[in-house]
Write a new protein. Structure first.
Length: 570
């Protein structure tokens, strides 16, 4: 038998030390941060966010992890950089005074390189080494590397100096970010830096259909597992946020608790208690069927349970939704004032799908809601194809289920069966699907609600008439008339007809009852008269009988008296 190779035991292998960036999402896709004590190349075109990512790496390192940093810029001056990041809430001047960071601007004239004909980075090493030693820096940023080699065409010298730079940084044991401009067909302009970097991060700023999207990709990461997909990231007043949700592991926790839909009759159709907590719900229907009203009622019910609700509106403004819901007796403004309900309204064309996903992810992380509403998801089609919208919604559902957040989508469908069964491809993904349809009968348009599916619970298979009134939303029980299911005025007319018929029947029955009662009284009167007549005859008979008995008794007494008298006389 041939000997078996020894088993690999990863638990005894030393893990690669990493420096966390503190940037939301980036540490997740790099599984801990950037390689500690090694250089990382951040490359991309103009305006993709290289400098911002670098300065956040320095500032967050100093504030969150107690690691001072040096930012050496070859383009922007220190005061310009300070002004540029002030909008993010970073006071670089104060941090420099506290020796948490050090900003240094190095000007390199291209003419000097061309005139001397010689080039090396010894001067940079001295200046950078002094800055590192002054504050005890653990992190370094060089922004951007192209300026170090502007005008230098000798590839041999370029490659040698790059290796010297990277080796020198490793000897100083500082975690470094070096930014580089995107080249033509290469990651950087010189096409060499990526071969000597331990980690390469590519930033891209794409514009499609006049909509911009920022994407990040980890091109390589020596000695570490990392995410390999493209990740959307957002730049706002709080800096960079990366969305790491890219795949479905299908191992999310589930709950058996239920939450009310806010419509008691609908809860009854769903088994009596509503939807499962942490589930995904789709409400689809044609225009004007009340999808937003159902969503608002669901939000209202969540706030009444003292749960936070985040409402993403892609079609109407918050003020418009609040005003419209007052007409059906729902006061959303009070929930907004209490802080339980938060609206985020934006046209889908404001950002690309990926940017919408990042913004939604960030707001959910900040607000920490128990209920999320997207109304309607159909409008997202304007910024992406059906497959792209489906991909986005899959990632969003995955993210929310991991956090046990209940989400409700609304979707517009057309008056055909095909669209009712697609709904941006999300109908097969959600846990519960409600379909609201127009029911036209007798020249009248009404609404009918179907529970198409509700995973894990028994639910009604019947169609209920969906009624929107001043008092809110209700579902009318199924009403069967002579010709089938009736809705609206036809149902009311049939009900009125039945009520009228019932009243006439009751009146007829009452009249018969009164006639019977009168006959009963007459018969009872006759019976009473006969009884009295019988008693009178009986009394007369009894009187004659008594008189006869008295006569006999008197005669018997007289006879006995006569017998005694004769006996005495003798």
């Amino acid at each position: 038998m041939s000997p078996q190779p020894p088993e690999k035991n990863s638990s005894h292998l030393p893990a690669l030390p990493k420096s966390p960036t503190g940037i939301p999402g980036l540490d997740e896709i790099t599984e801990g941060g950037l390689p500690k004590g090694r250089p990382t190349l951040v490359c991309g075109g103009a305006g993709c966010g290289k400098t911002l990512l670098s300065i956040e790496f320095i500032v967050r390192g100093a504030l969150q992890f107690g690691e001072p940093g040096v930012f050496m810029a070859f383009e922007e001056k220190a005061d310009e950089l300070t002004q540029n990041v002030a909008s993010l809430g970073y006071n670089l001047e104060q941090m420099q005074q506290e020796k948490r960071i050090k900003l240094d601007h190095v000007h390199i004239a291209r003419s000097e390189i061309e005139e001397t004909g010689e080039y090396n980075l010894d001067g940079l090493f001295i200046r950078l080494g002094y800055a590192i030693d002054t504050i005890g820096a653990k992190r370094v940023v060089l922004d951007t590397i192209e300026n170090l080699f502007s005008g230098l065409d000798n590839q041999g010298i370029l490659r040698a100096e790059l290796r010297r730079l990277f080796d020198w940084l490793k000897e100083k044991k500082v975690t470094t970010i070096i930014t580089g401009e995107r080249g033509d067909g290469t990651l950087t302009r010189h096409g060499l830096e990526e071969y000597v970097s331990d980690c390469v991060i590519l930033l891209e700023h794409r514009v499609s259909n006049q909509i911009s999207t920022r994407l990040m990709r980890i091109v390589k990461y020596r000695g570490s597992v990392h995410g390999t997909n493209e990740y959307p990231f957002l730049i706002d007043k709080e800096g960079i946020s990366v969305l790491p949700v890219t795949s479905l592991t299908l191992d999310h926790p589930v709950s058996s608790d239920t939450v009310s839909s806010g419509i008691p009759a609908l809860d009854k159709m769903l088994g009596g208690n509503g939807f499962y907590r942490g589930s995904s719900i789709l409400v689809s229907g044609t225009a004007g069927t009340g999808k937003t009203s159902i969503a608002a009622t669901f939000a209202h019910a969540a706030c009444l349970r003292q749960e936070r609700c985040l409402y993403f509106a892609f079609e109407e403004s918050p003020q418009q939704i609040i005003r419209n819901m007052r007409s059906i007796g729902i006061d959303l403004q009070s929930h907004v004032a209490s802080g339980l309900l938060k609206f985020h309204a934006a046209r889908p064309t404001l950002n690309g799908l990926e940017m919408h996903l990042v913004a939604i992810n960030k707001l959910i992380t900040e607000f920490k809601p128990q209920v999320v509403i997207l109304d309607p998801i159909t409008n997202l089609i304007t910024v992406g194809s059906v497959s792209e919208v489906k991909s986005m919604l899959i990632r969003l559902i995955d993210f929310l289920q991991a956090k046990q957040v209940t989400v409700l989508f609304t979707a517009l469908t057309l008056n055909n069966i095909v669209n009712e069964q697609t709904d941006e491809g999300v109908s097969s993904l959600v846990d519960a699907w409600l379909l609201v349809r127009d029911i036209e009968f007798n020249g009248e348009r009404n609404r009918g609600m179907y529970v198409m599916k509700s995973r894990g619970m028994q639910h009604s298979k019947q169609v209920r008439e969906f009624v929107i009134s001043d008092n809110g939303l209700t579902l009318v029980d199924v009403y069967l008339g002579p010709g089938g299911v009736l809705t609206g005025s036809a149902r009311e007319a049939q009900q009125l007809q039945e009520v009228t018929g019932l009243a006439l029947r009751d009146h007829a029955l009452g009249r018969k009852d009164r006639e019977i009662e009168r006959k009963r009284l007459v018969l009872e009167a006759k019976i009473q008269s006969l009884r009295e007549e019988f008693e009178s005859v009986q009394e007369e008979l009894n009187k004659n009988y008594i008189e006869e008995e008295l006569r006999k008794e008197v005669m018997e007494k007289n006879r006995e008296q006569q017998i005694r008298q004769r006996h005495n006389e003798s």
